[in-house]
Ligand binder design. Structure first.
Ligand code: HEC
Ligand code: HEC
Length: 338
C-alpha cells in the first residue's frame, strides 16, 4: 500500500496535467440518478468535474468493465457489488489472480459525502482514489496509462469519451468519468430518510425506541450526522494488537495505530461482515464488542465505554439500524450493469 502510494504521487502528475475542458453543452442532471435529499447538504464536486449525462454513462461503463484489470478478469463491480450497496459480501474480496487483500470492501453508497478516502483516509479526492485499486497488486494490478492505450483501440470507448469530454481516452478522462459516476451512488430513500422528510409512519415504534437506545449507549457520539459518521479517524477498540495499523501506516505516529475512518451505518444489512478487516460477522457481534467496552487498546477512543443492554433494547437498536437500509437504492444499483 505504501509502495502504491508513492507510485500514486507519480501517476497523479499525469492525471492532474489533464487535457481540455469538459464539454459544457451536456445536461447537468442525469435522468435516472437518485435525488439528493435536502438533509444531506451538498457534496464536494471539484470544479473541473461537473456531472454530465454522457460522462456518467462512460463512468458506468468503466465501473463494470474487467478491461481495467491486468488480466481482464476483474472490474470495480467485482468487489463493490451493487447488490451489497456497492460493498463486499465476505471479509475480503479477491483481485487479479485470486489475490486477497487484507481489508473489507467498503460500501460506496453516499461516497460523494466522504471528506477523504480509503479506510485510513489518506486519499483526498475520488478522482485520485481511482488510481489506488488500478495499481494495487491484489486488486486490478494494472496501470492507468496502459488502460488508456487499451481504450484507445476500442471504438466504443473512443466515441463515448469524445462525446463526454471532446478528447480521446486518457488517465484524465478515466479518473473523471469514474468519480463522477461514483458521486451518483446516492442512498437517500431509507425509512429513516422518509421519516426525516415528514412521513411519521416510516419508522416503527421499535425503531423510534432504538434511536433513543443508539444515543443513550453513545453510538451517536461518533456515528452522527446524515451519513451516521463524522468521518473522524479513530481507534474503536477492536483489537489489543492490530494486524493492520490503520492511520499509522501514513503517519508512523504510534498515537495513530488502529485508527480508521468512522464508518457510515447506512445499508448495514447489505454490508456484513463489518469493520476494516471484515472480522465482525453480525450486528449482534458488533453490539457485543462495543458493550464490553472494546479491547482497551492504548489508542482506544474515550467514548468507547462498557454498557448494559437488555434483549428488548437490542431488538429496538437493530430495528433502528435496519431503518437505515435503503432497498430502493440497492434495487437501482442492480439495474446499472451495462
Ligand atoms: C479486489 C477488490 C477491489 C476492486 C477490484 C476495487 N476495489 Fe475499491 N476498495 C476495495 C477495498 C478492499 C477498499 C478499502 C481499501 C483501503 O481502505 O485501503 C476499497 C476502497 C475503495 C474506495 C474508498 C472507500 C472509502 O470509504 O473511503 C473507493 C471510492 C473505491 N474503492 C472505488 C473503487 C473503484 C472506482 C474501483 C475500480 C476502478 C475499485 N474500487 C476496485 C476493494 C476493491
Ligand atoms: C468512539 C467512536 C465510536 C463509537 C462511540 C461507536 N463507533 Fe462504531 N465505529 C467507529 C469507527 C472508527 C469505526 C470503523 C472501524 C473499522 O473500520 O474497523 C466504526 C465501525 C462501526 C461499524 C462497522 C460498519 C461497517 O460497515 O463495517 C458498526 C456496525 C458500528 N461501528 C456500530 C456502532 C454502534 C452500534 C455503536 C454504539 C454501540 C458504535 N458503533 C459506537 C467509531 C465509533
Amino acid at each position: 500500500m505504501l509502495c502504491a502510494r508513492l507510485h500514486l504521487v507519480f501517476v497523479s502528475c499525469i492525471v492532474l496535467i489533464g487535457c481540455k475542458k469538459p464539454a459544457d453543452s451536456e445536461p447537468s442532471v442525469v435522468w435516472n440518478v437518485p435525488e439528493t435529499p435536502q438533509h444531506f447538504g451538498a457534496q464536494f464536486i471539484p470544479n473541473d468535474n461537473p456531472l454530465s449525462a454522457l460522462k456518467w454513462e462512460l463512468g458506468r461503463q468503466l465501473f463494470f468493465d474487467p478491461q481495467l484489470s491486468s488480466d481482464g478478469s476483474t472490474s470495480c463491480s467485482s468487489c463493490h457489488l451493487p447488490s451489497h450497496a456497492f460493498g463486499g459480501s465476505s471479509p475480503t474480496a479477491p483481485g487479479v489472480g485470486g489475490a486477497l487483500g487484507t481489508r473489507n470492501v467498503p460500501v460506496l453508497s453516499n461516497i460523494g459525502w466522504h471528506p477523504y478516502f480509503t479506510r485510513e483516509g489518506g486519499v483526498p479526492t475520488l478522482e485520485m482514489q481511482v488510481l489506488v485499486p488500478i495499481q494495487e497488486t491484489n486488486e486490478l494490478n494494472h496501470n492507468i496509462v496502459l488502460i488508456a492505450e487499451q481504450l484507445n483501440s476500442d471504438s466504443l470507448y473512443i466515441k463515448m469519451t469524445q462525446d463526454a469530454f471532446g478528447v480521446d481516452p486518457s488517465p484524465y478522462t478515466i479518473t473523471r468519468a469514474l468519480s463522477a459516476f461514483e458521486r451518483t451512488l446516492i442512498s437517500g430513500t431509507s425509512a429513516y430518510d422518509r421519516w426525516l422528510e415528514g412521513d411519521a409512519s416510516a419508522l416503527s415504534q421499535a425503531a423510534l425506541r432504538g434511536q433513543d437506545v443508539f444515543e443513550s449507549i453513545g453510538c451517536g457520539q461518533c456515528h452522527s450526522g446524515p451519513q451516521f459518521s463524522d468521518f473522524e479517524l479513530r481507534n474503536n477498540g477492536l483489537f489489543v494488537v492490530y494486524p493492520d495499523s490503520g492511520l499509522y501506516r501514513l503517519t508512523l505516529n504510534p498515537d495513530d495505530i488502529g485508527k480508521f475512518k468512522t464508518a457510515s451505518l447506512r445499508n448495514l444489512s447489505y454490508s456484513a461482515p463489518y469493520m476494516f478487516d471484515g472480522s465482525v460477522a453480525t450486528l449482534d457481534d458488533v453490539i457485543n464488542q462495543y458493550a464490553q467496552g472494546g479491547s482497551n487498546h492504548f489508542n482506544q477512543a474515550a467514548a468507547i465505554q462498557p454498557f448494559e443492554i437488555t434483549a428488548a433494547e437490542r431488538m429496538d437498536l437493530k430495528a433502528f439500524l435496519g431503518a437505515l437500509d435503503d432497498p430502493q437504492f440497492v434495487a437501482w444499483g442492480e439495474t446499472l450493469a451495462p
